[in-house]
Design a protein around this ligand. Structure first.
Ligand code: 16G
Length: 220
């Protein structure tokens, strides 16, 4: 392949490929099935054919509290963020419950598309009490780096992982087909005092991420 299609992007339908290449649909089907067996293309039932992400999946430990930026750095990747929305907003019920804040005040919210080596990996919406992040515009690269300055990086976190199908708007941002399966992870991060300081809801590409946890026998 000439590398013109980004990993994760969808191939045009068979009939369009036949027209573009001026060959029969049977030829297109054979060529695509070769690419599938070579591991370059992935066929998802009901959704179409997609360019596979190169290399093995990323394994993220579920027991260490790392930031996206640190995690990608550890793997020799360059992370970048595109801010989709940021500012102070009236909190949603999920935010008031997770952060223990008043429903009548404001919450600091930053929504970012997170990429590694230019490939969109995750869509994250982070919500924080406004005294923890009074100026959400300060978050240009790493949220945890901003929190570190004021000593408010979470020391402990609880995560809830759910499988969901991507709504169309989120799918467009992540360069995936609408309805594609992704992992939704809600992280609530706490200070050592037990105060919740971060509620992040992230959508992570399940074709790239594997979340791995180590289990120990009780008492061992
Ligand atoms: C990770 C965290 C997210 C946190 C972010 C901070 C998971 C599932 N989520 O993506 O909760 O807000 O890192 O990263 O790992 P940053 O410091 O690079 O902005």
């Amino acid at each position: 392949m000439a590398g013109q299609l980004e990993p994760g992007s969808q191939l045009p339908p068979e009939r369009d490929l036949a027209l573009i290449a001026d060959v029969s649909r049977v030829t297109v089907r054979k060529a695509v099935s070769h690419l599938v067996s070579d591991g370059l293309i992935e066929q998802r039932q009901g959704a179409g054919s997609f360019v596979r992400a190169p290399g093995p999946k990323l394994e993220q430990s579920l027991s260490s509290l790392t930031s996206f930026t640190e995690y990608m750095q550890q793997r020799g990747k360059t992370s970048s963020s595109q801010i989709i929305e940021s500012g102070l907003f009236p909190p949603t019920p999920d935010e008031t419950v997770a952060l223990g804040i008043s429903a009548h005040g404001s919450v600091a919210r930053v929504q970012r598309l997170r990429s590694a080596d230019g490939i969109a990996m995750a869509l994250e919406q982070s919500s924080l009490p406004i005294d923890v992040l009074p100026d959400p515009d300060l978050v240009t690269t790493s949220l945890y780096a901003v929190l570190r300055v004021s000593g408010k990086t979470p020391a402990r976190a609880i995560q809830r992982i759910t499988a969901i199908n991507l709504p169309p708007d989120d799918a467009r941002l992540l360069n995936l087909a609408a309805g594609a399966a992704v992992l939704r992870i809600d992280r609530t991060g706490y200070l050592t005092s037990g105060r919740p300081v971060e509620f992040t809801r992230g959508l992570y590409r399940s074709d790239i991420y594997d979340f791995v946890s180590e289990l120990r026998l009780d008492g061992a």
